[in-house]
Design a protein around this ligand. Structure first.
Ligand code: 5GP
Length: 191
């Protein structure tokens, strides 16, 4: 998605070798007009797949998922990072290791909102090592729902998540794929 790549080139900043900061338009301050184009593009890619629910993870996926859901005309569920241990039974639960914080969270989704009748599109801001998406896929599998695929805004293609998920047969659509990046040279896209 050219508009997005231009924006990353203009306003994204690279920290170290593997963190891309896009907090002026994607995951702190949010450019909702850009989100609208992102949502339109996700619909173009997953149109006709029968998606009836969008699943994301708090916090930075929520805004993108909500704008995208307006195009799909369906509800959004966000997996919650949970401190509570003894709610088993009413929720699906899995563990996710946070790329940015380096710690493991329990994340939950209420069984009320996801079940075998659902056809789910997973949406998130970044795909890096794949832990966030793998956790969300685990929740979908526990629920018996069908997985239409996963849409991410930015895939860091030099990290292993995308390849691992596609090798499992999961449809992963990334709107911008970063091939390499460094503080000196900035961001280079894969396609
Ligand atoms: P993964 O679980 O695929 O390793 O990482 C995905 C999650 O980590 C995303 O939900 C995103 O919030 C965060 N993340 C991963 N890489 C980056 C990055 O380069 N920049 C930012 N801002 N967040 C990232």
């Amino acid at each position: 998605m050219e508009l997005l790549k231009e924006r990353i080139r203009r306003d994204g900043t690279v920290k170290g070798n593997d963190v891309l900061k896009v907090d002026s338009f994607l995951n702190h301050q949010m450019d909702v007009a850009l989100f609208e184009e992102i949502g339109r593009e996700f619909l173009r890619r997953f149109d006709g797949c029968g998606v009836n629910k969008i699943l994301t993870i708090e916090a930075s996926g929520i805004g993108i998922a909500c704008v995208t859901a307006q195009f799909f005309r369906c509800p959004v569920i966000f997996a919650k990072k949970s401190q509570t241990k003894n709610i088993a039974g009413a929720v699906y639960t899995t563990k996710v290791e946070s790329f940015t914080h380096g710690r493991v969270y329990d994340v939950i989704v209420s069984k009320k909102f996801l079940g075998a009748e659902d056809n789910v599109l997973i949406i998130d801001d970044f795909l890096a090592n794949g832990a966030a998406l793998e956790g969300l896929i685990d929740l979908v599998e526990q629920s018996g729902a069908r997985l239409a695929g996963a849409g991410v805004v930015i895939e860091k293609a030099f990290q292993p998540g995308g390849e691992r998920l596609r090798a499992r047969g999961i449809r992963v659509e990334a709107l911008a794929r970063v091939r390499s990046m460094s503080e000196e040279t900035g961001v280079e896209f894969a396609d």
